[in-house]
Design a protein around this ligand. Structure first.
Ligand SMILES: C[S@@+](CC[C@H](N)C(=O)[O-])C[C@H]1O[C@@H](n2cnc3c(N)ncnc32)[C@H](O)[C@@H]1O
Length: 399
């Protein structure tokens, strides 16, 4: 059996070519600074103050590069510590940072179990790592212990139902295949080719990592340590670490109402029970992406519309969004193949052209000659609808 460190040394994850940094920036959740501000600092972080962040299990550097590049472009001070067990993953991350000329990054090879010794931090990114630890709860505890007061965490862990078919194969391959990672990979590919088309793994259209190179295949099907979390288990594990969820860019996915003929069926269920039901009914959630803060400090951490806040659209393309809405009177969404529509009133469309990541809501209202009450009546519902899908955030990082 390969250890976690041997695996990631043999197959640094995800596979990245540092030269591609010259032509594109990979962005995503968690850990875009605008999203961090929205979910942990109420959209009001003072970015003139240095941002001290840890990327725990940074792999080949996606979150590190995203954070460092966005903050560098915005000319905001930061110090980011990259920490990973794998020296070869670190080499790739370092090479990517070098191609971009990014400064103020500290590269460390070591375990996130020792996170506190590098901190404390305003923010910790931990994406796709905690579910690979031998004792995950200790990892959650270690990260919680490395936060500054008022800080927070952005994380991603695997979820069970959307990964249906993965775990029986991981177990079978672990029983059958010993030896070097490259030999295990070759044999596993040969076995997968021979499996019946009806196997739940082959039926699961949401699983694509194995088609994206050797590192992706190994990570998905040959991992030696991999446990998924239901949303309830995740909340409980966070709670045991003294953390509480502030919000998720995928909040819509945890709402069971679209599947129910009668919303009254939810009567008596608390928020977490509703989310748990949604996860089971939806059946396709592969990962949970969320932000968390120390329990007792988690209220009021997510931005809500207020005159001084600066709205951003994810992807930044207000013009395209406005065009789509103007054509149909709805914002059409494609969420990994699932279609949805957000109804939008015509009066909101003219507000969208002002959303440039720099203009506050008060300035947008003034430009449209709307008083605060009239503006809020138009904007707040729209804002809430988009925020559920992770499409609208608040941050003054570009001011
Ligand atoms: C699936 S990769 C994710 C990489 C990166 N966070 C991302 O999302 O692209 C998991 C990474 O966690 C690292 N890792 C696993 N256990 C760790 C630990 N205890 N401390 C630090 N890094 C660890 C692995 O070496 C690997 O690079």
């Amino acid at each position: 059996m390969t250890s976690v460190q041997e695996q990631y040394d043999a197959f640094p994850y995800p596979e990245r070519d540092p030269e591609e940094e010259r032509t594109r920036l990979i962005t995503g959740s968690p850990s875009h600074p605008v999203e961090i501000d929205h979910f942990l600092f109420a959209g009001k972080r003072d970015w003139s103050q240095p941002f001290r962040a840890l990327v725990a299990g940074g792999g080949t550097g996606d979150a590190l590069i995203q954070m460092a590049q966005v903050l560098t472009t915005a000319r905001k001070p930061y110090e980011i510590t990259y920490l990973d067990l794998s020296a070869s993953a670190r080499e790739v991350a370092e090479a990517r940072a070098k191609v971009r000329g990014l400064k103020d990054i500290r590269f460390e090879t070591g375990s996130l179990m020792n996170a506190a010794q590098y901190g404390p931090f305003d923010y910790i990114d931990c994406c796709g790592v905690l579910h690979h630890l031998p004792h995950p709860q200790e990892g959650f505890n270690a990260l919680a212990g490395a936060l500054k007061p008022g800080g927070g965490i952005g994380l991603m862990v695997y979820a069970p139902y959307g990964r249906s078919g993965v775990y029986p194969l991981q177990e079978a391959f672990a029983t059958l295949l010993q030896g070097e990672p490259k030999d295990r990979l070759k044999a596993a590919r040969a076995i997968l080719d021979r499996l019946p088309e009806g196997h739940p793994f082959k039926r699961n259209e949401g699983l694509v990592d194995h088609e994206q190179g050797d590192a992706g295949f190994y990570d998905l099907l040959l991992h030696s340590q991999d446990r998924p979390y239901t949303i309830r288990e995740l909340h409980e594990t966070l709670g045991a670490a003294g953390l509480a969820v502030t919000g998720s860019p995928h909040a819509y996915a945890y709402d069971p109402k679209p599947y129910l003929p009668d919303a009254g069926l939810l009567y008596g269920l608390d928020d977490l029970a509703r989310m748990e039901v949604a996860e089971k009914l939806r059946g396709t959630i592969k990962t949970h992406v969320l932000y968390a803060a120390p329990s007792g400090q988690s209220e009021g951490r997510v931005a809500a519309p207020a005159p001084g806040l600066v709205p951003h659209f994810k992807g930044g393309n207000a013009a395209r969004m406005a065009q789509a809405i103007a054509r149909k009177g709805v914002l059409p969404l494609n969420l990994n193949g699932e279609k949805a529509e957000i109804p939008v009133s015509g009066a909101v469309v003219s507000l969208l052209r002002h959303v440039d990541g720099k203009t506050t809501l008060a300035e947008i209202a003034a430009a449209e000659r709307l008083d605060p009450v009239g503006f809020a009546a138009l904007w707040n519902g729209f804002s809430k609808d988009l925020a559920r899908y992770g499409l609208l955030y608040y941050s003054s990082i570009l001011r």
